[in-house]
Design a protein around this ligand. Sequence first.
Ligand SMILES: Cc1ncc(C[n+]2csc(CCOP(=O)(O)OP(=O)(O)O)c2C)c(N)n1
Length: 348
Amino acid sequence: MDMDSFELGDLANPRCYTEPLDIGGCDPVLLRAQLRMMLLIRRVEEKIGDMLAAQKIPTPCHLGIGQEAIAVGVSEYLRPTDRVFGAHRSHAHFLALGGEVTALMAEILGRDAGCSRGMGGSMHLWGGSVGFFGSVPIVAGTVPLAVGAALAAKKDGESAVAVVYLGDGAAEEGSIHESLNLAAVWKLPVLFVCENNLFSSHMHISLRQPSNRVARYAEAHCIQAATVDGNDLVVVSRTSDDMVAAMRDGGGPRFLEVVTYRWRGHVGYREDNDVGVNRSTDLTLWKRRDPIRRLVDALTMAGGWDNHAFHAMDEAVKTEVEKAWQQAETAPYPPASALLDRVYAERH
Ligand SMILES: Cc1ncc(C[n+]2csc(CCOP(=O)(O)OP(=O)(O)O)c2C)c(N)n1
């Protein structure tokens, strides 16, 4: 849905958009694969949450439970040659591109088998082979990098696009506007995906901005934008598919704002009702807009799918996650001699 208004309206109202997804015209095989990926991401993050609670993880982790449809929908039409950038809450971005669960778990545990060789932890993920060019904890830090990656693709005459995930909080950084402006002026193939979960740390957007619709910034920079329900896999998928296709055709940058809500706190496994904000009522309502449940309901209504099928899929996913955790937990740490590797660049 394209919106001209400054306000999100019903998209920010958790009492709306709770119905089963409209999956008319969708490929059921693809939908089940996407459902499995959303489930995998959720079970991985729940496991990480449990292990944080058990104090088995030494690094801070930002969980995106409840936001799974975004990474899965956006990643569907990307290629391994594209350049995708995340931020501090990027487990889903990494996994949805095909990043390995064990490599993520091992990274979080600081093991050599981690996707950044155990040197980065949850907020420094890397997956070059699947097109994940990295996540960093500096809010908005990867946004100008994605613009640079898009510039490189354009200069090299490649059809690759750059994608960067950013939050509504990141949109308050000045570098966002410089990035949007440059991308627009030079017509760069970069997709800005703003995961508007209404919070920056513990502060609601109504306390930080005069309007809650972030895409207005893109429009001010003459970038085509859409604001959609981020908990609707089908809508996210279709919109990003259209946007990526237009970018590959030389159409310049696009801005996709996906409205969602994170179920856990800003950082850690708790729900954040104990850090100065009490969002328990909203959280209960937002859980009814669960992207997984809405897809499951739609598949069930369409036939050929039932609770039994869902349960079997879920059990297989949980087994996979447990296995990955065991592997990561028993994997060796990097040798002490590797401590300064990749800290300084080699002189050539
Ligand atoms: C430049 C910078 N400023 C502040 C922080 C502290 N910080 C970490 S995450 C965060 C909130 C970011 O919110 P948002 O971009 O909406 O992403 P979300 O956490 O909602 O996914 C802040 C302020 C930081 N890491 N980097």
